[in-house]
Design a protein around this ligand. Structure first.
Ligand code: NAP
Length: 274
């Protein structure tokens, strides 16, 4: 059977994953396909049962299914368990699936490539946002040895709820209190959708942020977000969010198609152009 993989979500037409997996399939000369599938919530369970019998080896999962797939998984990786969501499913021989989360891996790989000398244990990190993506970033930073994370979110209860699950190295900072958020941090991360094309603009300065801090944004449309732009104006080094998207795809491709792909400037250019 032709090896197949997919990304499922609702909506799905915006996904860049088919383009990037398609590039790797072609590069390795693998006769397989990676397709986008529009799967509404009520079709999720049936789809997950059907896909392996059609030759699908695994799938990426995006909004709104990332949490719910954990209830249906036969096996859950420790990372997906800690984050409470999965983005990479691999079908097992008996038709069940293993659920993993590679967003934390993608985030750290992106920083490793963009700022090779950055060290998570060097100092506290400021994280804006407590939505779905934030949990993966907090997990990545804690696993990498970050000593303290200042977490700030418009809806304070959401940040408090994460702190209750994730633990004591998280300190909640009131939304808009820039100085408390940024003082002495070695890393600042925007995980909110503020500054994304079509969304509200990022409303704050980065007052109090040291020029030696590394700054990154999960948003990649536009690549140069208002958050990164303000950091650059302070003299900080910045890493954009596109690399996270590219790197998080590597483990899935490797598992499903048997080859470990690389994130190259050509791939970046291709995905940017799509
Ligand atoms: P989400 O679950 O919807 O969370 C959105 C976050 O943004 C929440 O913290 C929310 O705060 C905040 N927010 C939204 N509008 C706001 C506003 N007007 N003022 C203040 N805060 C606001 O989304 P997500 O899945 O975490 O994704 C967040 C961003 O990360 C998106 O732009 C997404 O594209 C990007 N992302 C990138 C990658 C990558 O690979 N680079 C991966 C995942 C996500 P409240 O809790 O107060 O609503």
């Amino acid at each position: 059977m032709l090896p197949l993989a997919a990304v499922i979500g609702d909506p799905i037409s915006h996904s860049k994953s088919p383009r990037l997996h398609g590039y790797w399939l072609e590069q390795f000369g693998i006769n397989g396909h990676y397709v986008p599938l529009h799967v509404p919530a009520e079709e999720l369970e049936n789809t997950l049962k059907l896909l392996p019998s059609l030759g699908f080896r695994g799938i990426n999962v995006t909004i709104p299914h990332k949490e719910r797939v954990l209830e249906m998984a036969r096996e859950i990786s420790p990372t997906a368990q800690r984050i409470g969501a999965a983005n990479t499913l691999t079908f097992l021989d008996d038709g069940g699936f293993e659920a993993d989360n590679t967003d934390a891996y993608g985030f750290l790989e992106n920083l490793k490539h963009g700022a090779p000398d950055w060290d998570a244990s060097a100092g506290p990190a400021a994280v804006l946002g407590a939505g779905g993506a934030s949990r993966a970033i907090l997990d990545a930073l804690l696993q990498a040895g970050c000593p303290e994370i200042r977490l700030s979110n418009r809806t304070a209860q959401r940040a408090e709820a994460i702190k209750d699950i994730v633990g004591k190295r998280i300190k909640i900072v009131t939304w808009g209190n820039e100085e408390a958020l940024y003082k002495d941090v070695a890393l600042a991360v925007n995980t909110t959708s503020l500054g994304m094309k079509g969304q509200d603009n990022f409303p704050f300065s980065l007052r109090g942020l040291d020029e030696k801090a590394l700054v990154t944004d999960l948003i990649y449309t536009p690549l140069q977000t208002p958050f990164l732009e303000r950091a650059s104006q302070l003299g900080c080094r910045t890493v954009d969010g596109l690399g996270m998207l590219l790197h998080q795809a590597v483990p899935g491709f490797h598992r499903w198609f048997g080859m470990r792909p690389e994130v190259t400037p050509e791939l970046r250019a291709l995905v940017l152009g799509s």
